[in-house]
Design a protein around this ligand. Structure first.
Ligand SMILES: Nc1ncnc2c1ncn2[C@@H]1O[C@H](COP(=O)(O)OP(=O)(O)OP(=O)(O)O)[C@@H](O)[C@H]1O
Ligand SMILES: [Mg+2]
Length: 312
């Protein structure tokens, strides 16, 4: 007997909130049940756990898209190849105040999407629009101006080890604003407090003296320094323990709720993606194979989505 299939004692994959099945649905369930393997049972367990997590996080209400406004970020039919095609016909839109999580296996082009939005890469085909402007058509200076409106949190924090925490956060302010020293210090303190770090304790330290989670938070504070309306994150929780992952995830949610920041988050971490995202974009084999709410993704019967979620 396959575990969880016929064993009446196994209730772990049952969804108590699910509506009762119709006779047709029951037949469909029975039909599927005949060829179920342990892996698909495992997948069901993961999906049930994810659905439960979404429901349990009702206080973490995510912003639904506001269809009456224009997108803040939009990729339209974007294709890009290096030595092989990476992205083909990729389209999606991010509206004001939304957080879109881009997920997918390693090497599918997630970081490439962030680089396209920053115009660090140019698409072979299609358009990348930020605040309604096709960024490829802008002059270098105009593109730089748009880029300055975007805060970026890099994988591994990418802090300057030779600079103090204070100077790391002050760096974009010195580069891109006219703030005087007093204004810079006020802003640095404000951002450190926003990420729940005590300015007096950490400001003068080199990043190497902070824990991984604190370094990530300093990375977020630096990304936020110039008060951007758009934040881009590349793997903000990679390499963090579950508790710190939760802290960083909550921080991204706080930005969405309190400052209405529009975000694109590239992540391997499907659980934190599900907690923070208004929409999830799943990249696979050059394409976005799913774009929608975490609830719809968790409920999808698509074989690839099931396999992808089952791996977590
Ligand atoms: N500048 C480049 N030149 C050539 N190939 C590149 C370049 N940048 C990325 N690639 C290739 O493009 C593919 C997508 O890379 P990308 O970094 O976007 O993947 P990813 O989804 O972010 O992966 P990971 O999850 O491992 O970070 C990879 O196969 C990578 O080797
Ligand atoms: Mg990457």
């Amino acid at each position: 007997m396959i575990a969880g299939q016929d064993d009446p004692g196994d209730t772990s994959v049952k969804d108590n909130d699910a509506p009762a099945e119709t006779p047709d649905e029951r037949r469909e369930t029975d039909r599927r049940g005949t060829d179920r393997d342990p892996e698909s049972v495992h997948t069901d367990r993961v999906r049930a756990a994810i659905r439960k997590e979404i429901r349990a996080d009702e206080q973490d209400e995510v912003v639904e898209r506001a269809p009456q406004t224009d997108p803040i970020i939009e990729l339209r039919d974007v294709s890009l190849a290096f030595d092989r095609p990476i992205l083909t016909g990729v389209s999606f839109a991010v509206y004001e105040g939304e957080t879109v999580a881009v997920v997918g296996e390693s090497g599918t082009g997630k970081s490439t999407i962030i680089k396209l939005i920053l115009r660090l890469l140019i698409a072979d085909k299609g358009e990348v629009c930020v605040q309604g402007q096709d960024i490829e058509k802008l002059t270098y200076e105009q593109a730089l101006e748009i880029r300055q409106q975007m805060g970026m949190v890099f994988q591994g924090s990418a802090l300057f080890d030779s600079l103090s925490v204070f100077e790391n956060i002050a760096y974009p302010l010195r580069e891109h604003t006219d703030l005087d020293e007093a204004g810079i210090e006020k802003r640095v303190r404000e951002k450190l407090q926003f990420v729940d770090l005590d300015p007096d304790q950490v400001m003068e330290l080199p990043p190497s003296e902070l824990s991984g989670g604190m370094q990530k938070r300093v990375g977020v504070a630096r990304g936020l320094a110039a008060n951007p309306k758009i934040m881009l994150y590349d793997e903000p929780t990679s390499g963090l323990d579950p508790l710190t992952t939760g802290t960083v995830t909550n921080l991204i949610l706080k930005l969405q709720r309190e400052l209405n920041v529009t975000s694109v988050v590239v992540t391997h971490d499907i659980r934190s993606a599900f907690r923070m995202a208004s929409k999830v974009a799943l990249l696979h084999d050059q394409h976005i194979v799913f774009f929608g709410s975490p609830e719809d993704m968790a409920a999808s019967d698509d074989a690839y989505i099931q396999t992808f979620l089952g791996g977590y």
